[in-house]
Structures are given as structure tokens and as C-alpha cells.
Design a protein around this ligand. Structure first.
Ligand code: ATP
Length: 357
């Protein structure tokens, strides 16, 4: 049995259906990420699990105890669930140390030590412990909020965009530190984020949310490589989507005959490849002659963006597209490491790595 079970959760605000039949299982000690566009219901779901709101219908069960069922609900302070809200929600009149220590047991002997340890884990300098929240940056406030939630030794931790005020480098190191801390404490965690790469790297299980429903729930690799539809594919990363005729594990598409991870037969399908599955090797127009089985393209645009470049490639020899008009002269858009990216006007040989979906 799962540690946390959500069953058929519904929540309305007036005529807005914020949650529409949410089912989810969370395994003890695991990490789940919920991603989805703004307004799809992510924060509402966390507030229901934390007990700040009651569902209209459906149930929430934690470790065998029913916390909410329809309108009836166990109060938030009796749930043993930590919630780090988007804005941190620190107590403005308390110092950082008092904020972190707020929920600790009164008699905790090593209280000062534990506060210092938690501050260290979330990367807060000792000098900051004496300050008040208004004397901290947004990122420091978020870190205090995480330390405060951890200090209460929750059974379940809910994190609502807790790293959003941090810069890229600090964000990755904080994410790793918090994941390790929660894992060593055996605390199951649900993270809400807009950032798909954060969800994929943080979680064992990712749930993609849209219009108050989960569109797909699964392991990060499964969702990334086998998204159920185009919206999920494009939400989780860059995708090359092509028309194809699919049969017996192969697709005939503008890139030629390539393997797909499906054995079903469809005359008008769409296949998806991640840009990193397409490799580009520089050649010349002369290099194209006498190689009818190989696929070539011309780089029509390159945009430099630091470590990755966006490269637009127009196909030069279409290998029997089933629906050539559907791709026409639309270039393939790929992301390639800046160091290896071909430049505008270059002719490249294109190869596909792995299977399309
Ligand atoms: P974001 O990523 O922008 O924080 P979200 O996915 O967390 O968005 P929610 O905050 O859960 O989305 O909101 C879901 C829907 O419910 C939205 O349409 C929102 O306007 C609405 N909503 C949320 N809280 C309330 C409320 N207290 N009263 C009325 N409508 C609300």
C-alpha cells in the first residue's frame, strides 16, 4: 500500500474547477514532482494535502490514516506534513534562528546545534541566524523556510516552487542538498515546479498536470522518452515531431526509415524524437553524391545561447516522406553544444540515435 493515496480529488472555487479527479500514489521515502502550466491546480493540490483546504469530493490517506474524505478533514497542524510555500511565509517578527526552531520540540536538548546544522545544510551563513526575514534576500528566505519545515521532522514534505528565487547554480546545488537531506531522513516529498528539468532530475515519479487533471504520471525517463501526447512531449523538453507511416516497429518519415518503440500499424502517424537523438556531421555537397541512403541537410540558421546552440536544418534529400507537404521546407530545430554546432550554410549528414516514439 502506498504511503500517500489521493483518490478522485475534486475542488471548485466558484465556477473554476481547480482539481478534477486527481488520483496519485506516493511511495514511502520517495520523491514526486508535479509540473504543469500556471493555473493548472498545482498549489491547490498541495494545500489540500497539507490540510489548508478541504476537497469537495475524494479522499486523502497518509500512512493508513484518512486525512480527508469529501468535506471532512483532519486539521493541518495534526497531519505531520511540512509545506514550504512559494513565498516562504516566514514569521516576520522572529529571527532566522527562531523561525527555524519554531516547530521543534520544546525540550530538544541540542536545539541550538540542530538549528545551526539545518542552516548549514541549506547553505545559510551563521551570521544570518540573528537577522529577521526582511533583512534577507528572496533566495535566503526560501532556504530558511526549507530549514524550518525540516526542523519539524515531517512525515511528508510538500515543496511549492521552493527554489524559484535562487540563481541557476545555487538552484541545482540546493535541489541536490535538499533531496539528500530528505532521503537520509526517509521523508517522502512532493515538489511543485514550472521547471521541467528540475522535475526530471529531482523526482522518482513525475506527474504532468493540465486543467486540474494529471495527463500522465510515471518515471522521469518514461515520461521524457514516451510522452502520451504532444503537449506532454513539448512541456518536458524540445521535441522534433514528424509525420510518418508506421508499421512493424519502423517509421517511414522525412528522415527515412527509422526504428520506433511501437509495433502498431498506422498510415498517418506522428513520431517524436528528442533533439539529442539526431546527430549532425559536417560534410559538403560533394560528400552527398553516391550515398542515396544517407540523409543530408543544410543549416539555415544558428543561434548562439551559451552552452547550447539552436540549429535549424532544412532537409536536402527527403527519403520518401509519407506526407511531404506536412513538413514541406520546415527546418528541423535542434539544440547542439555550442562547441560542435555547425554554422549557417554548412551541409550536414543527419543520423538518428535510438528509437522514435
Ligand atoms: P501557478 O503555477 O501559477 O502557481 P497553480 O498551478 O499552482 O498556478 P493554482 O494556484 O492551484 O494553480 O490555481 C488553480 C486554479 O484555481 C486557477 O484558475 C486559480 O485562479 C484558481 N484559484 C486558486 N485559488 C483560488 C481561490 N482561493 N479562489 C478562487 N480561485 C482560486
Amino acid at each position: 500500500m502506498s504511503f500517500l493515496q489521493l483518490r478522485a480529488l475534486n475542488k471548485h472555487y466558484g465556477s473554476v474547477k481547480a482539481l478534477d479527479g486527481i488520483d496519485l500514489n506516493v511511495v514511502a521515502g520517495s520523491r514526486t514532482a508535479i509540473v504543469g502550466p500556471s493555473g493548472c491546480g498545482k498549489t491547490t493540490l498541495l494545500r489540500l494535502i497539507a490540510g489548508f483546504e478541504a476537497p469537495d469530493e475524494g479522499s486523502i490517506t497518509l500512512d493508513g490514516t484518512v486525512l480527508a474524505n469529501g468535506g471532512s478533514s483532519v486539521p493541518a497542524h495534526k497531519r505531520g506534513i511540512g509545506l514550504v510555500a512559494q513565498d516562504g511565509a516566514l514569521f516576520p517578527h522572529l529571527t532566522v534562528a527562531a523561525n527555524i526552531g519554531f516547530g521543534m520540540d520544546r525540550g530538544e536538548a541540542d536545539r541550538t546545534e540542530r538549528i545551526a546544522e539545518l542552516a548549514y545544510i541549506v547553505g545559510l551563513d551563521k551570521a544570518i541566524l540573528k537577522r529577521h526575514p526582511h533583512e534577507l534576500s528572496g533566495g535566503q528566505q526560501q532556504r530558511v523556510a526549507i530549514a524550518r519545515a525540516m526542523a519539524r521532522k515531517p512525515r511528508l514534505m510538500l515543496l511549492d516552487e521552493p527554489f524559484s528565487a535562487l540563481d541557476t547554480g545555487l538552484r541545482a546545488s540546493m535541489r541536490k542538498a535538499v533531496a539528500e537531506l530528505l532521503e537520509s531522513a526517509g521523508v517522502a516529498t512532493i515538489l511543485v515546479t514550472h521547471d521541467q528539468s528540475e522535475a526530471l532530475s529531482f523526482a522518482d515519479q513525475v506527474a504532468v498536470m493540465r486543467d486540474g487533471k494529471f495527463s500522465q504520471v510515471g518515471a522521469p525517463r518514461e515520461l521524457y522518452l514516451r510522452p502520451r501526447d504532444r503537449m506532454i512531449a513539448e512541456f518536458l523538453g524540445d521535441a522534433v515531431v514528424l509525420p510518418a507511416r508506421v508499421d512493424s516497429g519502423f517509421a517511414q518519415c522525412p528522415l527515412g526509415r527509422i526504428a520506433v518503440d511501437s509495433t502498431e500499424r498506422r498510415d498517418t502517424a506522428r513520431i517524436m524524437l528528442r533533439p539529442e537523438q539526431l546527430t549532425l556531421k559536417c560534410t559538403s555537397r560533394e560528400g552527398m553524391s553516391g550515398t542515396p541512403d544517407m540523409l543530408f541537410g543544410e543549416v539555415v540558421e544558428t543561434e548562439f545561447a551559451g552552452s547550447l546552440c539552436t540549429v535549424a536544418v532544412r532537409l536536402l534529400n527527403n527519403a520518401d516522406p509519407p506526407d511531404a507537404a506536412a513538413i514541406g521546407n520546415t527546418p528541423l530545430i535542434l539544440k547542439k553544444p555550442g562547441m560542435d554546432a555547425p554554422t549557417t550554410g554548412e551541409v550536414v549528414r543527419i543520423s538518428v540515435v535510438g528509437k522514435a516514439h
